[in-house]
Design a binder for this molecule. Sequence first.
Ligand code: ATP
Length: 263
Amino acid sequence: MSDDPVIRVRALRNSFGEQVVHEDLDLDVRKGEILGVVGGSGTGKSVLMRSIIGLQTPDEGEVTVFGEQALDRDETEAVEIRKRWGVLFQGGALFSTLTVAENVQVPLREFYPGLDLALLDQIAAYKIVMTGLSPDAGPKFPAELSGGMRKRAGLARALALDPDLLFLDEPTAGLDPIGAAAFDELTRSLQKTLGLTVFLITHDLDTLYAICDRVAVLADRKVIAVGTIDELLATDHPWIQEYFNGPRGRAAIAGKEKAGLND
Ligand SMILES: Nc1ncnc2c1ncn2[C@@H]1O[C@H](COP(=O)(O)OP(=O)(O)OP(=O)(O)O)[C@@H](O)[C@H]1O
């Protein structure tokens, strides 16, 4: 892991009408880490992600990705940066009228329009298997898949362009505990194998304990703390204490100790 930030956000401000969501928000995401992003509902986790990937234009601030300014770029430059990341939106966000394989091919067709069909099929098949789906999932439509399979299909699409950086928005939401743990394990193993940097929004305490290298906490319109869970626990912010030391936080620690992951 290196200390070079892959994502650098400075003095970010986002608002919707009178509602100020972020004010003077700073954040660094280091190369090769899984950074968990937590915060109460409506604190602006998704808006932060959208600002970084260019789906939301902030009022003020600076966003750098891979050392390049991510805001105010012309379309050609923006495309070059977008090729280097993949995004799994909440719920998977698959196109319902396309098969899983066709969904995975969407970014390939968008960014590399010249690829021939056989190659598109090969790449899609490879990504599908890589995320733990059976090859039979390729010709299926999203409605024919379970929630967990849809998440994996969304992940296969996010990995289509061999990204360096992966954005995951609540990837385990709606999954049963076993499915969620399996998805966490998949995220960790892909991150290690592919050398990914991961920006992971979650409410899932088990995910934070199981796979996140550091956690950033959003509250009061900014990132109020970022660090390992032990470092966060050493702060006295009431929301952080309540979150990690509340009943669910304690259950997550107990679960981790039981699974022998504390080594
Ligand atoms: N396009 C938009 N127009 C108006 N308000 C918006 C828009 N997008 C987000 N907001 C508001 O910004 C705030 C932050 O939203 P965001 O979705 O980022 O929260 P979040 O932290 O991801 O919440 P959750 O954990 O519930 O998913 C919310 O109050 C939301 O209503």
